[in-house]
Design a protein around this ligand. Sequence first.
Ligand code: COI
Length: 355
Amino acid sequence: MPETLDILIQPVAQSRIEEVDFQNLVFGRTFSDHMFIAEYDQGQWQDLRIVPYGKIGLDPALMALHYGQSIFEGMKAFRTDEGKTVLFRPEKNWARMNKSARRMCMPELPEEVFMGGIKQLIQMDQAWIPTQEGSSLYIRPFMFASDEYIGMRPSEKYLFVVFTCPVAAYYANPVRVKIESHFVRAAEGGIGAAKTAGNYAASMYPAQLAQKAGYDQLVWTDAKTHEFVEESGTMNLGFVINGNFITPPTGDTILDGITRMSVLQLAKDFGLGVEERRVSVKEIIQAHQNGHLEEAFGIGTAATISPVQCIGYEGQDYELAPLTEQSFGMRAKKYLTDLCKGRVKDNHKWMTEVA
Ligand code: COI
């Protein structure tokens, strides 16, 4: 690793920002002017650079394409009402990226490379941060194996790349989810807690079946019994039952969501009972039938807080009432939006300003 962070900057000749319709952003389709790249070789992160967003040449023998050493993060930058550029809990993304890296036999990223690269990239492309309520600049850091070799071993070379996308809400409407009781996303001892490409690839076929049946996403259950709720394909899950906020505990099989950990803290701050524990499908269905399931929502960086409108299980649909402004989910969502806009006090020091 270089002792001082030396990033070569190659700015675009002409920004593309004028082409963007900020009023009609579709998640993940619009890319800002620049990207950050760092290369790992001979045990060192090197060749740090910010260059125009664009194609990167790939060798057909690239190890990531064959054996799937590929990890990523999702994080967001916001423009406050006062015009400051801020990031939401970026140190948590850095820590999780390195946790994923360890699990996938990939090199960790020093803070100077991860944080230094992202901050400089955001500074350069801050004009791309949308200001519309509920929108943000989504940041996608990712790392993949870049050895040109098809022998089976961890790669010795890696590329770390960061690009950004101005985005609106991931789910424009409340979601319909189906509880999955055949396919499996993650098992004890597996890679479910790593934010690695393979987890998302493996979830696509079952999710597609659910989508054909009229649902937006799955609710994954535990691999051994399918009795306990884990997470959804794109987000963690939270429930309010009898006034208590309940979310399954993270571990080998559930991604340690940064929005999830923030919502857990907010539930405590707002005075709700908080239960981070296994929650069975039976409990959810029974609570719904008894009228005790007050709220169900997805929680994620892209998804923010996405209300669940319907839970499908064993051929039956359980419809939920829309979340009101007074519901915990909507109050937490408003608090997080206000925090990122600089409208409320940052009690937990979650925001980092990009100078
Ligand atoms: C995120 O919330 O940042 C994710 O990575 C989820 C992805 C499906 C967009």
